[in-house]
Design a binder for this molecule. Structure first.
Ligand code: FAD
Ligand code: ZN
Length: 470
């Protein structure tokens, strides 16, 4: 079958309203948002119903045609970009964006997969509830993409990854069958937990069309502080104190190195320096509660007073208004953008047993500098989850293509140290096409075999997002 014949079959089955075939219209659907990956497709299908998704997948299965599920295209590993097969069909969920129900008694929300994450947060808020998944791409990414990548973000320390927020799923399987697992039960020990297989599967096992999600009491008060620390070990000691004193109320516990702050302030000089002197590192801590703000602030200030007394921090800045809290958060949130302005760099999204973070930071630094003494390290991340964004920028006077020759060697040193410390080479961004070789390098042969067996069971024809993960 050629691309024209496939387009005609799709048009006959689903109608012109659902099927995009003009080559100029396909470009945007076959490229990732950073422009790192470019693929090919015969068509983009934009269904409005689960039955249309199933009809499309059944047609593709009958002809052995690859299907690439597509959410908001904000993924960082090229997982939503098709490969070079000209017969690929990109299946976009963007029109399936209904919020089916929000139940503030059961504390559940049932939604279609194409809903934008920010819209779900606002829908929960209208009912006095919180949907806690929060990440910088929240006004573009879709919940289907979040589920398929098992997304993390800044509130994982309190609410867990997306995996922990899901009660049920509806999925179109690679055969075209519809699995209705859209239950809202909290307790359901009836054999294997099938929904968990699709979370984090990056569209390789089936297409998520709807989800039943958990929602929580709305956060009525917040208390935010930036804490200056001398060493990563002090950040851990602080975490331990905060955990003891404020357990259950820590919404975020974010670390960034002093170099990250200097980079941000250099790129945006209008931002206010939070402390008179630069420090080796910083922790941004946010507490949240459904009760009174005064009580929460007192809790935070007492815990930080304790930390100062125990000498695990050198200075603290507590936000006394929402504007101040936002200004402190901006210092953390602007790091990625400041790095983009600074130029090409290597990103590593790693996780470690939290107690090993200080040893990892020190060992990785020493090993990198032994071979590449002028690299610039920008280390930040969700410390409360053991998740570091360990990013590396070229030496100050090096050409922009510096990493073309040595990027792999730099990454190998970092990921080898992660493995030595029993960590993971991908904490929250997944595998996609970017990290397939790392999966082969760092997972055991037995783990790879179990994954391949699962893939074959669900997708014997190998049509679902080929070339991703495995
Ligand atoms: P896409 O990029 O469209 O797709 C991602 C994968 O999911 C692909 O494999 C695709 O095939 C599959 N997929 C999409 N929809 C479905 C579906 N309905 N059924 C089956 N498979 C599907 N990620 C984090 O975890 N934490 C962060 O803090 C974070 N911060 C970010 C900040 C910025 C500025 C950006 C640009 C990205 C960030 N990300 C972060 C990465 C990204 O936002 C997440 O991976 C997000 O979950 C992807 O959702 P999406 O809808 O854009 O999916
Ligand atoms: Zn992150």
């Amino acid at each position: 079958m050629n691309a024209n014949e496939l387009q005609q079959l799709l048009l006959d089955k689903l109608g012109a309203d659902c099927v995009v075939t003009a080559p100029s219209d396909l470009v945007a659907w076959t490229t990732d948002w950073r422009g790192m990956y470019h693929g090919q497709a015969a068509a983009v299908v934009r269904p409005r119903t689960t039955e249309d998704v199933a009809a499309c997948v059944a047609l593709c299965a009958a002809h052995g045609v690859p299907v690439v599920p597509r959410g908001g295209n904000t993924g960082l590993c090229g997982a939503a970009t098709p490969d070079q097969n000209p017969l690929n069909v990109v299946l976009s969920l963007d029109r399936m964006n209904a919020i089916v129900s929000v139940d503030p008694v059961a504390n559940t929300m049932v939604v279609q997969a194409g809903c934008i994450l920010g819209d779900l947060q606002r829908a929960a808020e209208e009912h006095g509830r919180l949907f806690p998944l929060s990440l910088a791409a929240e006004d573009s990414c879709q919940i289907g993409g979040n589920l398929a990548t098992n997304a993390g973000g800044v509130n994982v320390v309190r609410y867990g990854m997306v995996r922990d927020l899901v009660l049920g799923l509806e999925v179109v399987l690679p055969s075209g069958e519809i699995w209705n697992g859209l239950r809202t039960l909290r307790k359901d020990n009836t054999g294997y937990d099938l929904k968990q297989l699709f979370l984090g599967s990056e569209g390789t096992l089936g297409i998520i069309t709807a989800a039943a999600l958990r929602i929580f009491p709305a956060t009525k008060s917040r208390a935010v502080a930036l804490v200056a620390i001398d060493t990563p070990q002090h950040a851990l000691d602080l975490f331990s104190i905060m955990f003891e004193r404020c357990a259950g109320r820590i919404d975020a516990f974010e670390y960034f190195s002093g170099d990250c702050l200097e980079l941000v302030l250099g790129v945006t000089p209008s931002l206010r320096r939070p402390f008179a002197e630069p420090h080796a590192g910083y922790v941004l801590v946010e507490l949240g509660d459904s009760g009174e703000a005064e009580v929460l602030h007192e809790l935070l200030e007492n815990a930080l007073g304790d930390a100062l007394e125990r000498e695990c921090c050198s200075d603290v800045a507590v936000a006394s208004s929402l504007a101040q809290a936002c200004a402190l958060w901006q210092l953390r949130e602007d790091i990625s953008e400041a790095q983009r302005v600074d130029g090409p760099h290597l990103k590593h999204d790693v996780s470690l047993p939290i107690e090993r973070i200080p040893a990892f930071i020190e060992a990785a630094r020493q090993r990198l500098f032994a071979q590449f003494p002028d690299l610039r390290l920008f280390v930040f991340g969700h410390l409360g989850d053991g998740n570091l964004h360990y990013n590396v920028s070229r030496p100050r006077d090096a050409a922009p293509d510096y990493f073309t020759s040595c990027g792999d060697a730099v990454t190998d040193i970092i990921l080898d140290e992660v493995a030595r410390q029993d960590g993971s080479f991908s904490a929250e961004h997944g595998i996609g096409q970017l990290k397939r070789k790392h999966l082969r390098a760092y997972k055991s042969a037995l783990e790879i075999r179990m994954m391949e067996d699962l893939k074959r069971t669900f997708d014997p024809k190998g049509i679902m997002n080929p070339g991703k993960i495995l």
